[in-house]
Structures are given as structure tokens and as C-alpha cells.
Design a binder for this molecule. Structure first.
Ligand code: NAD
Length: 540
């Protein structure tokens, strides 16, 4: 008997997209069940051989088409991001669309150069006659798992890099950003990428471990919290798949006494509060030298007081709502914890009346490292400022964290800038600016300590999408190699003299070893003399 539609739908889980500005449901999208996940991954697997056999130039052409289509659709996509995730449209364009356009352009112009096979000039003189290469091979099926805070510019560059290198992609977005995810997949498919090569996998959180541990996926690109990243690493271990993890941060800014205080305050307030502070690389903690602390705090207060919180679709809005209620509650908890432990709330920190998850940005001072706001990822519009005696203390405090994503220094001194670049423990260190490396295709996105593993973006991120293969060609002109069977009594002596020839300290010893070797027929017959003579310099 056929099951009724009612029975079938009884078991469907829906992913609900909610507008954080109005709390209204934007859409409900059915999630894949377990057989559905299997089906999508099987499709990606079966389409891989023909996809990887296409030339990289053809794949680059398709990426160029995605770039032009995104340029056409930028306004509607930016508005969708504003509605579903909550960042103002101007920010959706600057922080989500522009970085993607820049990376698409970089990849379709340069990927073939980065992935070119490279001829090896052998170190070992015995192999001088061989033609060997480093080659880059795609993994197969890449699973992209992404968060809700940058629903567009986190996954799109990863998907683009995975596709251009010849992988097929199954994209599991955050359930909270499912409409933006649909827009991403449509971009690729409408630009000409075959549907089966780039697929959306709407998966509920309960089934996410099944997805991440699926043996049909060869590599996982995960972006999200450190807590979930650890689980993904364990899930991926089941089938020994490679992972790239882009995780949480607790990014510090140091303001030195010689800094341009007005610029520092402006840059740090923006770096802490854009995206409502829901940015992995937000400025979450500030250490300011006491000589300029009052001046800096006052300048930050002036900046924060000007920020307009409101509808992200309104062009005058600087800061939209937080993306979800859970995040809003976590941020309020961090503020309460800090105040209960003695911090002073100089501004904001209150939820606004009416629908939507709006919060007035908070400015906290008199904070210390006993407070959650200084050591746990807050991920909200909170600027916490701690006054320190000197830069030395500030560096120690900044490094006192399990995280190491980005860090920022504000100083006029080139020398101090150099010291901060060297000593701050973070994947990215910026001086006199905040977080803008997101817009640079050549800047790798990478975290130290528990902020991540591996890279995305930049040539290094592209190389994460491929595995290194070593290929070696020998025309096979000699009947036998020196070190093959039978050893027959002479092999031991030949090997002993050969190491003398290659590695002895004194030239005299080397020459003696060479003359001894020349007395062995086995040695004479197995050497590829023209190639060896060309590489004689390798002997020294
Ligand atoms: P999250 O860790 O809760 O979820 C991330 C993704 O993992 C989602 O798609 C979720 O559905 C999925 N997921 C949940 N459980 C899973 C499991 N057991 N196995 C596999 N996948 C699972 O993160 P979030 O709340 O969506 O995003 C915020 C976090 O992301 C913050 O910690 C932020 O710092 C981090 N983030 C990091 C970067 C970076 O580049 N380093 C960028 C953006 C966001």
C-alpha cells in the first residue's frame, strides 16, 4: 500500500527561516531525511569523475559567469541577507557581496597558475634521469558546513574554490540561513555549473553529525563555533577525512599611548559592532594604555552614541538586530555577568522594545579576565575596554586566550607595530585597522590555537581543496637499479662507498669512494651517466 501524503509529511522536519527584525517566519523549507542525505551525496560522488575531467579553464569560465551574475543580482541578494540575517544592506554589500566578487575574480583569473604541476629537480643524484612532478588532485566530494552570521561570504568562496579545483560540492548551510543558501546554489547553477555538481543539503542540526561523518564525503570545510568544530573533527575521523576548521575567536585590540586616538576609537567601535558584533573576527576585547585611557573611552562613547540601531532595510541604519533570540540572550548574559562582577556599563546593553532582536550596543569598562566577556566568545555588540599599565601587559592579556583568530594593534610607531605583528598569537594581525582582510582575496583566513585548523581563501586556501600527488617517470632503459636484488655480496660494499661519495665530510674521502665505485661493474652499468653528469653539482 502506498503511504498517504499525510503520513509522509508527518515525518518531515522543516527548517524555519525567521526575520530577526520582525520575528516573522520568512519560509519553511523541508529538511532532508537520512535517505535524502545519502541520495544527495551519492549524486555528488557519481558526478565527480566527469566533473574533474573537465579542464580547469572551463571551470574558471563558469566562475567568471558566477561573478557577473552576482554583480547583476547583488541588490536582491543583499536585501535577502538583511531580511534573513539582519545586517544592514550597505554592510551586506560591503562585507558579503564585495569579498565574494573579489574572490571569484581572483580565482577565475589565477586558479590555473596556482594549481599548475611543478617539475622536480631531484636532490638524489641516483634519480637524476627521472621526470617527476608535484601534481594537485581534487579530493572528490567536499562538504561545506557553514554558520548563520556570514551566510553568504563564508560559504560562497569555499564552494567556488572547491569547484574550480575539480571537486563536487554538497553545501550544508546553517538551518537559520536557508534562503541565502538557496540563493548561493542558484547563482552557481544558473551560471552553468551542473546541478549535480553543486547541491544544497538542507539538514537539521540533529542529522548534521550523520552528514559530517558520511563516508561519501571526502573533505569537510567547516565554519562555526569551536565547540561544534571539535565534534566535526571527531565525526570526520570515522572515515579519516580531511577537515578545514574555521572556528570562534575572542579577538583583542591593543591601543598604545602613541596611537591616533580618534582613528583608533572609530576603527575599534566599527570593528566591534559591525554585523551587530556577530563576526568571528570582531574586536571583542580592548586593552588601552592608561596614559590615554580616558581620552580613548570618551572617544568610543561619542562614536557608539551615534550608532543608529534599526531596520536593516533602511539605508540610515548602522546596526540591525541580532540574528536570533538565543544569541541575544547569550549577549545579555555576558553583560549581566560583567556588571555583577564589577564592570561599569557606560552605554547601551539593553534590548529595544517591540518585535525583533534589537540591542543597543554596549560599552563596558572596568572589566577583567574573571568576566565571561573577556574570555568567552560573546558574539554580540559589546565593546569591553580594560585599562592596562603598558603594552607589555596588553600583549600578555591579549594572548591569554584559547583563541587566536585575529588581533589588532593601534600605534604610530613602526617599531611597536613590528613587535605586535610578531608577538600577538593570531592567524591575522592588523595594525591601525580592523577586520578588513575579509575583503582581500590574497589574505588567508586562518586561526591559531582553538580558532581553527587549516586555511580558506588566498593561494593557501585553494591548496586546501586539493591533495598533493607525486608522479615520477623513468624510461626504464637500464635493466636493473643499483639497489635491486640480487644483493650478491657486492651491494653492501657499493652502498657503503656510495654514501661516502654523497655524504662524506672531506673531498678526499668522496673521491676515494668514487674511485672504489668505478671498480664495480654493477655500479657502472646501473648509472644513468648523461643525467648524472648534468647533475654533478648535486654531489656537493
Ligand atoms: P555552530 O557551530 O553552532 O554551527 C555551524 C554549523 O554547524 C551549522 O551549519 C550547524 O547546523 C552545523 N552543525 C551543528 N552541529 C553539528 C554537528 N554535530 N556536526 C556537523 N555540523 C553541525 O555556529 P553558528 O552559531 O552557526 O555560527 C557562529 C560561530 O561561527 C561563532 O563561534 C563564530 O565565531 C564562528 N564563525 C567562525 C568563522 C571563521 O572563519 N573562523 C566565520 C564565521 C563564524
Amino acid at each position: 500500500m502506498q503511504p498517504s501524503i499525510l503520513q509522509e509529511t508527518e515525518f518531515v522536519t522543516f527548517l524555519r527561516s525567521i526575520n530577526p527584525g520582525s520575528e516573522k517566519v520568512l519560509a519553511e523549507v523541508p529538511a532532508l531525511d537520512i535517505p535524502g542525505i545519502d541520495r544527495v551525496i551519492a549524486t555528488a560522488r557519481s558526478s565527480w569523475p566527469s566533473w574533474k575531467s573537465q579542464s580547469i579553464k572551463e571551470r574558471q569560465k563558469l566562475l567568471a559567469a558566477v561573478q557577473y551574475l552576482l554583480e547583476d543580482r547583488k541588490q536582491q541578494i543583499a536585501e535577502l541577507i538583511a531580511m534573513e540575517q539582519g545586517k544592514p544592506v550597505a554592510e551586506a554589500i560591503s562585507a558579503e557581496i564585495v569579498p565574494c566578487l573579489a574572490i571569484l575574480k581572483y580565482l577565475h583569473r589565477n586558479a590555473h597558475k596556482i594549481l599548475r604541476s611543478e617539475r622536480i629537480h631531484h636532490e638524489m643524484i641516483l634519480f637524476a634521469h627521472k621526470q617527476s612532478y608535484y601534481r594537485w588532485e581534487p579530493y572528490g566530494v567536499v562538504g561545506v558546513i557553514s554558520p548563520w552570521n556570514f551566510p553568504f561570504s563564508v560559504p560562497l568562496p569555499q564552494i567556488a574554490a572547491a569547484l574550480v579545483t575539480g571537486n563536487t560540492v554538497v553545501f550544508k548551510p546553517s538551518p537559520q540561513a536557508i534562503l541565502v543558501a538557496q540563493a548561493i546554489v542558484s547563482l552557481f547553477q544558473d551560471a552553468g555549473f551542473p546541478d549535480e555538481v553543486v547541491q544544497l543539503a538542507p539538514v537539521a542540526d540533529a542529522d548534521a553529525p550523520y552528514f559530517a561523518s558520511h563516508p561519501g564525503i571526502d573533505k569537510i570545510l567547516f565554519t562555526g563555533s569551536t565547540a561544534v568544530g571539535k565534534k566535526v573533527m571527531a565525526e570526520a575521523a570515522e572515515s579519516v577525512k580531511s577537515v578545514v576548521l574555521e572556528l570562534g575567536g575572542k579577538d583583542a585590540a591593543i591601543v598604545a599611548a602613541d596611537a591616533d586616538i580618534r582613528r583608533a576609537a572609530k576603527g575599534i567601535v566599527w570593528g566591534a559592532l559591525f554585523g551587530s558584533g556577530q563576526v568571528c573576527a570582531s574586536v571583542e576585547r580592548v586593552y588601552v594604555e592608561k596614559a590615554v585611557a580616558d581620552q580613548f573611552i570618551k572617544a568610543c562613547l561619542d562614536e557608539i552614541a551615534q550608532i543608529k540601531v534599526g531596520d536593516p532595510l533602511d539605508a540610515n541604519t548602522d546596526m540591525g538586530p541580532l540574528s536570533n533570540l538565543q544569541q541575544l540572550e547569550k549577549v545579555l548574559l555576558h553583560i549581566d555577568d560583567a556588571v555583577a562582577k564589577g564592570a561599569r556599563l557606560l552605554y547601551g546593553g539593553k534590548r529595544l522594545d517591540g518585535p525583533g532582536y534589537f540591542l543597543l550596543p554596549a560599552l563596558l569598562v572596568d572589566v577583567d579576565h574573571t568576566m565571561k566577556v573577556m574570555w568567552e566568545e560573546t558574539f554580540g555588540p559589546v565593546l569591553a575596554i580594560m585599562v592596562v599599565d603598558d603594552v607589555e601587559t596588553a600583549i600578555g592579556m591579549a594572548n591569554d586566550s584559547i583563541y587566536g583568530l585575529t588581533a589588532f594593534g593601534w600605534t604610530r610607531s613602526r617599531r611597536l607595530a613590528g613587535r605586535l605583528m610578531e608577538e600577538l598569537q593570531a592567524g591575522t594581525v592588523m595594525i591601525n585597522d580592523a577586520t578588513s582582510t575579509w575583503g582581500e582575496p590574497l589574505a588567508p583566513w586562518t586561526g591559531l590555537k582553538q580558532s581553527g585548523l587549516g586555511h580558506t581563501r588566498s593561494p593557501y586556501g585553494l591548496l586546501e581543496m586539493v591533495q598533493l600527488k607525486y608522479v615520477s617517470y623513468d624510461a626504464g632503459r637500464n635493466r636493473s637499479n643499483l639497489w635491486w636484488f640480487p644483493y650478491g655480496g657486492t651491494a653492501k660494499e657499493i652502498m657503503t662507498h656510495a654514501t661516502g661519495l654523497l655524504y662524506a665530510r672531506e673531498i678526499r674521502e668522496r673521491l676515494r669512494a668514487l674511485f672504489r665505485l668505478l671498480t664495480f661493474k654493477r655500479f657502472i652499468l646501473s648509472m644513468h651517466w648523461p643525467a648524472v653528469i648534468k647533475k654533478l653539482h648535486k654531489l656537493y
